[in-house]
Design a protein around this ligand. Structure first.
Ligand code: S3P
Length: 443
């Protein structure tokens, strides 16, 4: 799918609530499935990735109904999962595939997890190796990718595991497997990755053991969860308002968990005018309304390596912002970007270079010198083309950047925006942005 943007002729203005948090939505559904009793989940993200998780939960025996917009999930209890009738299709979602693997490795039935083309390229040894050390049996392709054929094995052994790279998906996979293992399963990370699993387990009645551990045999009981708006989705409008002169945008109910708030720290370092107002808690998760006003003081800034896990998913939109603000933005220690839904360093570097942005790509990062965007001479008539490469976050980043391009920008590879943010174009239009599907209609 192609989205076409046009040069914006007025500032972005307005208030909206961005899409629900994807990470929290997956975890709420999975834990509610493992819990005994009926959980209620409000403001669950209604996106393709979360649908994949919900249908896997149903295949494993959960009953899921919607009442007044709130999901009612009747769980099976931890040991009540039933063997799925067919393969479990995780679609585009790395989180779904890695978290379910931890649960399914410990069951008394076999399962097979598949994904789309992008997910089938992503590395799975990072979960298969530690799970195997716990006693799991999981077959991958020769290159360590999905499909994953899991031979269920009740009676896993607890594990103390040092993650080589901070990863919330691997950490959460092992903690979920640890619920079924003997003794305590503990995970240590070089830097803290998002800690939604650790915050949510106690809400479902499972206390966290010191040093990020869970006690095997713990039972989950139903809970009520309210899902905040996703800071990773809000980031597109935070950056858009910060780059478009005169803008003033407020994003409501956005999760500002300290393990996810690197974008706010970066914006402050870059001299943007960003405020977190009305700070409060949705259960264990802090939220705020984020107000962004355009400021002429914004400049490129270096991102310290230790911030990377807290803004990993925001790096594509930060790269887009860096392309149009004065000064240099340097990103290092971000090699993980190469194994996301696409190679995000390569996809962003390629698109930005097409628009005349001065940059230097490294194995684990990029330097970007911001300035004016250009359009290749031969594309001036029908608009420039950039390719989001089927990666939702790169595609949305280019759509934001297109607001400041000197001519129409045709953003290809937009068909996966619905994995995390189905209402993205509508929200951008609502704030005054210029975006529409090629050929008209709605995305
Ligand atoms: C996620 C963790 C991160 C992130 C992904 C969602 C999660 O991945 O990039 O979009 O929900 O746990 P890694 O764990 O691979 O860093």
């Amino acid at each position: 799918m192609i989205l076409v943007t046009a040069p914006i002729d007025a500032p972005l203005r307005g208030t909206l609530q961005p899409a629900g948090d994807k990470s929290i939505s997956h975890r709420a559904l999975i834990m509610a499935t493992l819990a005994s009793g009926q959980s209620r989940i409000a403001d669950l993200l209604d996106s393709e990735d979360v649908h994949a998780t919900a249908s896997a939960c149903r295949q494993l025996g959960a009953r899921i109904e919607v009442e007044d917009g709130v999901l009612q999930v009747t769980g099976t209890g931890e040991s009540g999962l039933s063997a799925p009738a067919g393969v479990l299709d995780m679609g585009n979602s790395g989180t779904a595939m890695r978290l379910f693997s931890g649960v399914l490795a410990a069951q008394d039935f076999n399962s097979e997890l598949i994904g789309d083309e992008s997910l089938s390229r992503r590395p799975m040894r990072r979960i298969v190796e530690p799970l195997t050390r716990m006693g799991a049996r999981i077959e991958t392709t020769d290159s360590g990718t999905a499909p994953l054929r899991i031979t269920g094995r009740p009676g896993l052994q607890g594990l103390d595991f040092d993650l080589p790279v901070a990863s919330a998906q691997v950490k959460s996979c092992l903690l979920l497997a640890g619920l079924y293992a003997t003794g305590i399963t503990r995970v240590a990370e070089p830097q803290l990755s998002r800690d939604h699993t650790e915050r949510m387990l106690p809400v479902f009645g499972v206390p966290l053991q010191p040093g990020c551990g869970v006690q095997g045999g713990s039972r989950l009981t139903a809970a009520d969860i309210r899902v905040p708006a996703d800071i990773s989705s809000a980031a597109f409008f935070i950056c858009a308002a910060a780059m478009i002169p005169g803008s003033d945008v407020t994003l409501r109910n956005v999760g500002i968990n300290p393990s996810r708030d690197g974008i706010l720290r970066f914006m402050q370092a870059a001299g943007a005018d960003v405020e977190a107002l009305n700070r409060r808690m949705f259960g264990q998760e802090p939220v705020a309304d984020i107000r962004v006003r355009y400021s002429e003081d914004i400049r490129g800034a270096d991102i310290p390596e230790e911030w990377i896990p807290s803004l990993i998913d925001e790096l594509p939109i930060i790269m887009a912002l860096a392309a149009v603000i004065p000064g240099t933005t340097r990103i290092r220690g971000a090699a993980e970007l190469r194994v996301k839904e696409s190679d995000r360093l390569a996809v962003m570097a390629q698109g930005l270079a097409r628009l005349g942005v001065a940059l230097q790509e490294y194995e684990d990062g990029i330097d970007i010198d911001g300035g004016q965007l250009g359009i290749p001479q031969d594309e001036l008539n029908d608009g420039a083309h950039v390719d989001g490469a089927g990666d939702h976050r790169c595609a949305m980043s280019f759509c934001i950047l297109g607001q400041l391009a000197p001519a129409q920008l045709r953003v290809g590879g937009c068909s996966h925006i619905g994995t995390s943010y189905p209402g993205f174009s509508r929200h951008l239009q609502q704030l005054g942005g210029q975006v529409a599907p090629a050929g008209g209609g709605h995305d």
